[in-house]
Write a protein that binds this ligand. Sequence first.
Ligand SMILES: Nc1ncnc2c1ncn2[C@@H]1O[C@H](COP(=O)(O)OP(=O)(O)O)[C@@H](O)[C@H]1O
Ligand SMILES: [Mg+2]
Length: 349
Amino acid sequence: MENKKKKVAILFGGCSSEYEVSLQSAYAVITHMDLEKYEAVLIGIDQKGVWYLYQGDLANIPEDNWLTKEDCIPVAVSPDKELHGILVLKESGVEKISLDGALPVLHGKNGEDGTVQGVLELAEIPLIGCNTMSSAICMDKETAHRLAKECGVKVPSSYLITKTDLRQEKQIISYGEQLGYPLFVKPLRAGSSFGITKVGRQEELLAAVEYAFDYDSVVILEEMIEGFEVGCAILGTEKLTVGVVDEIELSEGFFDYTEKYTLKSSQIHVPARISQEMAQKIQETAIRIYRGLGCSYFARVDLFLTPEGEIYFNEVNTIPGFTSHSRYPNMLKEVGISFEEIIARLLEM
Ligand SMILES: Nc1ncnc2c1ncn2[C@@H]1O[C@H](COP(=O)(O)OP(=O)(O)O)[C@@H](O)[C@H]1O
Ligand SMILES: [Mg+2]
């Protein structure tokens, strides 16, 4: 019986500013897996980007105590399509492990952006989640906006700035004037609100741009959309299951890192306090974006709803937070799908 279990790699950690968040998400995923049916092959990636096969206590993962000599063996994905698996670099030699699937539970750069997905696809390890192209598109806020627009969805006006543009302060200031204040300055490819500033006046613009460059080599200036943010959890590849729409109620500023993980002054309403009709319109828009951006398995589509009832695209999180109090599982819970059921469905797919 033992060896009939399907081997599924769960990737956690990552060389990303969202390393800590990934540890929490991965722990929740692993502890909600049916271990009668599946064997979890735990692959921890440290903040330097070094990969290990982790064989220690699960509880060490969310505590960030997993990286020890005793519990970790260096590991590499083999690009060999016949093995479709990993090479465990033991002192006694190399052990090969074939995998039936891999679920990256990594957030942000080097994990949610198509890079890890590419490595897994090259090795022909069935990937549980959005593929390389879709992950890369959704990570890049500008490219995602362009495609969403192509799907007929409204998007905020924006301008891109590269490091060479940084010398042209006048140009940046003119972008700010065209977008109006307040506006948002963001690293093009990041997450968890790292590097983002809501800029209230021109005097703060250049500092915000420089700050965003700490997180990426390209920065995006974005028009502020009035209203509030809503989210939509989507599960599936061909046949889609859509969760109820949720709503982020802010009382100040924006949904920054602190708010996301403490909800200090903000609140999440599931379901959103909107009409049934509007919720359906949001779900339909989210599905259009999910399909248009080539998503599969799961993703959370975030949109803004204006006071006039207009829907604007914000972003797609191809690996949204996955702790048991995260938005993605909570939205699906409202349609009767438990956390265990989400994981079971993903692994079955
Ligand atoms: N154009 C915008 N208009 C209004 N609020 C925005 C805009 N862009 C971002 N925000 C606010 O900033 C938060 C983080 O921005 P987002 O683009 O979602 O980045 P991340 O990928 O880090 O989640 C959003 O949840 C929202 O509160
Ligand atoms: Mg966001």
